[in-house]
Write a protein that binds this ligand. Sequence first.
Ligand SMILES: CC(=O)SCCNC(=O)CCNC(=O)[C@H](O)C(C)(C)COP(=O)(O)OP(=O)(O)OC[C@H]1O[C@@H](n2cnc3c(N)ncnc32)[C@H](O)[C@@H]1OP(=O)(O)O
Ligand SMILES: N[C@@H](CCO)C(=O)O
Length: 342
Amino acid sequence: MKNPMPQHNLPKYFQLESGQILLGASLYYEVLGEISDDKEVVWVCHAFTGSATVKDWWPSLFLENGGFIDLEKNVVICANMLGSCYGSTGPDSVNPETNKVYGNSFPNLNNRDAVRAFIDLRKALNISKIDYLIGGSLGGQQALEWSILEPEVIENQILVASNAKHSSWGIAFNELQRQAIELGENGNEEKKQKALSLARSIAMLSYRGYDDFETNQNGKIEQGDWKVSSYLKYQGKKFNGRFSINSYKVLSKMMDAHNIAESRGNNLTAVLSSIKTKTLCIGIDSDNLFPIEEQRFMSEYIPNAIIEVITSTKGHDAFLIEGNLISQFIQKHLINTLYEEI
Ligand SMILES: CC(=O)SCCNC(=O)CCNC(=O)[C@H](O)C(C)(C)COP(=O)(O)OP(=O)(O)OC[C@H]1O[C@@H](n2cnc3c(N)ncnc32)[C@H](O)[C@@H]1OP(=O)(O)O
Ligand SMILES: N[C@@H](CCO)C(=O)O
């Protein structure tokens, strides 16, 4: 069942970490099931190009597809993050001060801003406890931030293919993608979309990896092109029209800026050690964007944490593809041991 009122207005003057004010911003969100005292709350933080419609892109988390979410027992909430292009305020929105689309004038956001907006929505929905906060990749970065901002609210968190501070390697990939986008910025719409395609194709090198390409994209297609070349072109083209160039820049910079120790003493291990929430870190053995060492690091320092590893050739994107395994790990460590110490 979908909530009939999926738009939440943030405070008129929404203060950002940068000191800037976002005026008249709102969040698009979806609620699956009913919010009530007898339902456990599952709050999902979506990844970079995801949206609030969690069942569309993470169907494997739901019971009917073999997952852990049973809408008889759970209510699921997912809000589109600030800066994105799927319903919440972002760079393609109209700036109420100028009545013009923000575009490049949209303020820089970080994960703390995104989470503070979620917190405002949580309060408006009268939710005092989140039983399972789950996020992958950028969504995992936000979940981690949230567990630090509201330790009393977040009971369990599941951080999938994510990290505590974005790596130089990850920033390098995002930088290349932004440079690709800039190549088309002064051109016509076709040029802009071609540049966005190139950015997505570059990103695919970090979302997949050596084994996936050797297994699934080896050799040539009938027309003589390398299979992998055709795959990258296809993935790039498939992205056109689905995502906003402006949001791509805002959200990739948001990911780059992720650092839970920022303005908290700059000591990552100390901040991780202060986390109270029960934490399940899940990594993927072939992830070359958020390598398994990053999840090991978090699980080593978060006091009440455990780690599980997905064996997959799919690389980083396995966090979306292997949802059933994620569900199994959640059932094993959190649901079946909810009232026991990990
Ligand atoms: C609107 C919203 O709500 S946003 C929701 C949608 N997106 C998201 O949530 C973002 C997260 N999702 C994703 O990133 C992706 O969808 C994933 C990771 C879950 C799955 O990625 P996919 O592209 O489906 O997987 P995969 O790498 O196997 O590629 C399959 C596609 O490539 C095509 N393909 C495979 N090999 C080749 C090749 N050599 N040449 C050309 N095309 C190829 C397949 O035909 C298939 O095409 P299709 O998508 O039209 O069916
Ligand atoms: N496939 C994911 C990768 C980033 O986590 C996305 O497009 O959001």
